[in-house]
Write a protein that binds this ligand. Structure first.
Ligand code: HEC
Length: 233
């Protein structure tokens, strides 16, 4: 390459010429410049084709394994099992897994359950109050009238817990609403563990009682104090 051409002058043409010189003699056994060009072009086509071939080979080998493995798609029939199904029935007593849940009950309809599945203690009630104020009060309000802050900001208003229908509903109904959601209310199963759902239910029952309680519902120690306050008012 002449000095004049320099680095900036290294055009495609000069590169071709250089290559042509390099390969011309080898391919054609002569110094003829046009023959060298042809040879060089051939060489380039060959190079591109071999790259493409390699690429196609790579792509083809990627699709082999998972794509073509023998498998059953969901609900596909099978003649391997006598019942004709490819999927097996769940083993009896299979429980849904939830990382938070300590004792996840089996999937049964608990919406009619009349009592809590464990003893009601002050600790359960405290826990229920705490969880209720975190997860339910934003919509249902701290007293359960359905006027929480989220509702005041425009979310659909839930019914008050103090209407007759919900006062008479079994505890299981509250558990069920938290577990599966209800109408516009989403499920809280992923936020509130099963035991906590029962605790919240107990607290809702306490809220319901608190709004209709009579003097006789108050413990004797508090009763006289309330009576005095009632008289002074
Ligand atoms: C984002 C707001 C929101 C939160 C938070 C929320 N709820 Fe609700 N809830 C609603 C709405 C809205 C309805 C009414 C749904 C409908 O009727 O479509 C409702 C309905 C209910 C009902 C009445 C179902 C019936 O039979 O009419 C119960 C019980 C209930 N929620 C319990 C809870 C409990 C317990 C929590 C806390 C774990 C909770 N909700 C958290 C919005 C909420």
């Amino acid at each position: 390459m002449s000095r004049l051409e320099g680095a900036a002058g290294r055009t495609r043409n000069t590169r071709n010429k250089r290559n042509a010189r390099k390969f011309g003699g080898y391919w054609e056994g002569s110094g003829d410049i046009s023959g060298s060009f042809r040879a060089f072009r051939l060489f380039r086509v060959f190079r591109v084709l071999s790259c493409l071939g390699l690429f196609a080979l790579l792509c083809a080998s990627c699709r082999q394994d998972m794509q073509d493995q023998p498998k059953y798609k969901p609900l596909a029939p099978s003649d391997f099992f006598s019942d004709g199904r490819s999927a097996r029935q769940l083993v009896k007593g299979t429980m849904p897994y939830s990382p938070e849940a300590k004792a996840t009950p089996p999937i049964t309809d608990l919406s009619k359950a009349p009592t809590l599945p464990f003893a009601l203690t002050p600790q359960v009630m405290d826990r229920g109050q705490e969880r209720f104020n975190i997860y339910c009060a934003p919509c249902h309000g701290r007293l359960g009238y359905g006027n929480g802050m989220v509702v005041q900001r425009g979310f659909r208003a839930p019914p008050s817990y103090h209407i007759d229908r919900l006062r008479q509903a079994p505890v299981g109904h509250f558990y069920d609403v938290m577990t599966n959601g209800f109408g516009a209310m989403p499920s809280y199963a992923d936020k509130v563990a099963p035991d906590d759902r029962w605790s919240i239910t107990a607290y809702i029952r306490a809220l319901q009682l608190s709004q209709r309680a009579t003097l006789n519902d108050a413990p004797p120690a508090v009763r006289s104090q309330l009576e005095q306050e009632g008289q002074t008012r």
